[in-house]
Design a protein around this ligand. Structure first.
Ligand SMILES: [Zn+2]
Length: 176
């Protein structure tokens, strides 16, 4: 890619920062496990999607402070419209805990879920959903808000939103 070196460097620096961040804190386990901590884990999943030429969206599901599922978008590799990070993570957890109700789970996802995933998250009755970047279409955002308007699921938005959208921008600028 020409003229994209600035962005390339930014992405590489961000990636190194996140890995070093986790390596450094792993031993002492002193890291505060807040929304940013789990969003960084979801970002690592998004990088895996990026490296597989998939739209870089990553997700993790947390129960009792522990990550019980990690996933990234696999729509192209699996040729399946349902292989969004969120749906893969929900499937993994449902199998693991043998229950479709995920009411004690929180999902961290790098992009505001599309209407398909938002609906599944709502139906799985997740306790909370935390997302990074906002959807790039106003309609999609509106549908998201509508789906959760009458729901008990707690919504937290804009967590590491700049990092989450940077990787998406980089991906789409590479294809064009
Ligand atoms: Zn989706």
């Amino acid at each position: 890619m020409i003229s994209e070196t600035g962005q390339d460097w930014k992405i590489a620096a961000l990636m190194i920062f996140i890995y070093v961040h986790f390596l450094f804190y792993k031993k002492g386990d002193k890291m505060v496990k807040n929304s940013e901590y789990y969003m960084k884990k979801a970002l690592i999943e998004a990088y895996k999607a990026f490296n597989s030429n998939e739209v870089p969206v990553g997700a993790v599901i947390v129960k009792d402070g522990k990550i019980i599922a990690k996933s990234f978008n696999l729509k192209d590799s699996k040729n399946s419209v349902t292989k969004h990070a969120e749906l893969i993570a929900i499937e993994k957890v449902s199998k693991k805990i043998n229950n479709w109700r995920l009411s004690d789970c929180t999902m961290y996802v790098t992009l505001q879920p599309c209407p398909m995933c938002a609906s599944a998250i709502n139906q799985a009755r997740l306790f909370k959903i935390v997302y990074g970047a906002s959807a790039n279409s106003v309609e999609s955002s509106e549908i998201f808000n509508k789906i959760f308007s009458d729901s008990n699921t707690i919504i937290e938005k804009d967590v590491l939103s700049e990092d989450c959208s940077l990787i998406l921008k980089k991906f789409f600028s590479n294809i064009r």
